[in-house]
Design a protein. Structure first.
Length: 319
C-alpha cells in the first residue's frame, strides 16, 4: 500500500509569520533533572539471591524508594533465563549461591550480546579485595558488601541507572528529534510485535521529499529545524501506544499497535499527509513538505517486524 500527497517542498516568498516554538527547541528533547530522576523509578530491576529473606528486604526497601517494576528470584540456575526473558535495566546479584554462582551469571551475561550491556551491581558478604576485583574484572558495574547500607544502595542504584539511561539515549535515540532511531527499531520494536500475538498492527514508512534541497538552499541549521518540525507534526498524529521513530535522514516510521486494521492504517497515512501539507515558516521562508508513505500490515504481510518493514518498504518504492 502506498500514499502520496501532491504538494512539493521548496522556499516561497519571505513570510512575516514568526517561527512557532516547538517541543524540540533545545534540539535534544532533554528534560529537567528532576523529571529525569523521577523517570528512573520506572526502571526494571531484577534481583538474584539464594536467600528469600534478603530478597524480601531488598524489595521492601526499593518499593519504599519509589521503584515499582521489581522482579526477584532465589533460583540461581534459572536466573539467566529470567534475565533474558525480562531484559531488566539493572541486575542486583549475589555472588555466593549454590549450583550457579554470581560469577558464572556475570560471565554468561557478558558473553551474550543481548545482555552484555545490562549493568549488574554485586551484593555479597564476601568483601575481600580478591573477590571484589574478580567481580569487577568479570563485568560487575559496582560492588556492595552485605549487610548493605540502604542509603548507599539507593545512591549507587540511581547513579548506575542514570548512566545507563544516558548511554541508551545516545545509542537508541536520534539526537536531533529525541525520537527512537533505527537501532531502537531493529533491536526493540520487534518485541512489541511479538507481544501483539494475533492482534493487528501496522508500520507506516514515511519518506519526506527533498530535505537535501532545503539544506543546500537555506543551510544545515534550517534543515535541522525542518526535521524537528516534521517530527513534531508526525507525533501529533500518533495515538498513545503508537511509536514514531526517525530511521534515516529524511525517513520516519510510525508503528501502530492495537486496532491497526487494514482500514485504519491508510486513514492514519492520509492524516499524516494532511498534517505535513500545512506550510512551515522557517528563517523567513514558507516551506511546503511532501512525503510518500508505504504501509506494511501485521500479521497479513508477515509475522515478524523485518518482514512487515520489508512490505512497507516495497510499498514505499511504488509510491
Amino acid at each position: 500500500m502506498a500514499q502520496k500527497n501532491a504538494t512539493t517542498i521548496g522556499a516561497a516568498q519571505a513570510s512575516s509569520a514568526p517561527i512557532q516554538p516547538g517541543r524540540w527547541d533545545d534540539g535534544r528533547g532533554v528534560r529537567d533533572v528532576e523529571a529525569q530522576l523521577d523517570s528512573l523509578k520506572d526502571s526494571r530491576i531484577l534481583m538474584v539471591d539464594d536467600e528469600p529473606t534478603t530478597l524480601e528486604v531488598l524489595e521492601a526497601f526499593l518499593t519504599g524508594e519509589g521503584y515499582s517494576e521489581l522482579i526477584s528470584t532465589s533460583d540461581s540456575p534459572g536466573a539467566l533465563e529470567m534475565i533474558r526473558e525480562h531484559h531488566p535495566d539493572i541486575v542486583l546479584l549475589d555472588l555466593m549461591m549454590p549450583e550457579v554462582g554470581g560469577f558464572e551469571i556475570l560471565v554468561a551475561m557478558r558473553e551474550d550480546p543481548a545482555l552484555e550491556h545490562i549493568p549488574a551491581i554485586v551484593l555479597t558478604s564476601n568483601v575481600d579485595a580478591e573477590t571484589k576485583l574478580r567481580a569487577l574484572e568479570l563485568g560487575a558495574t559496582d560492588f556492595l558488601g552485605k549487610p548493605v547500607d540502604p542509603s548507599e544502595l539507593a545512591l549507587r542504584l540511581r547513579n548506575t541507572l542514570a548512566a545507563k539511561a544516558y548511554r541508551d539515549r545516545l545509542a537508541y535515540y536520534d539526537v536531533l528529534t529525541g525520537l527512537p532511531n533505527a537501532r531502537f527499531v531493529s533491536e526493540r520494536v520487534g518485541g512489541m510485535f511479538d507481544r501483539q500475538g494475533s492482534s493487528a498492527a501496522a508500520v507506516l514508512l514515511i519518506d519526506v521529499d527533498r530535505f537535501k534541497q532545503v539544506n543546500d538552499a537555506l543551510g544545515r541549521a534550517v534543515g535541522d529545524q525542518l526535521v524537528q518540525y516534521v517530527a513534531e507534526r508526525l507525533e501529533n498524529c500518533a495515538r498513545p501506544g503508537d511509536r514514531l521513530a526517525r530511521v534515516g535522514p529524511d525517513e520516519f516510521s510510525l508503528f501502530l499497535f492495537g486496532s491497526a486494521s487494514k482500514e485504519h492504517a491508510p486513514f492514519v497515512a492520509r492524516q499524516l499527509l494532511k498534517e505535513l501539507a500545512e506550510p512551515i515558516c522557517l528563517a523567513g521562508n514558507e516551506l511546503f513538505v511532501s512525503a510518500s508513505i508505504g504501509i506494511g500490515l501485521f500479521p497479513s504481510d508477515g509475522d515478524c517486524i523485518q518482514t512487515v518493514l520489508g512490505s512497507a518498504g516495497t510499498a514505499l518504492s511504488h509510491a
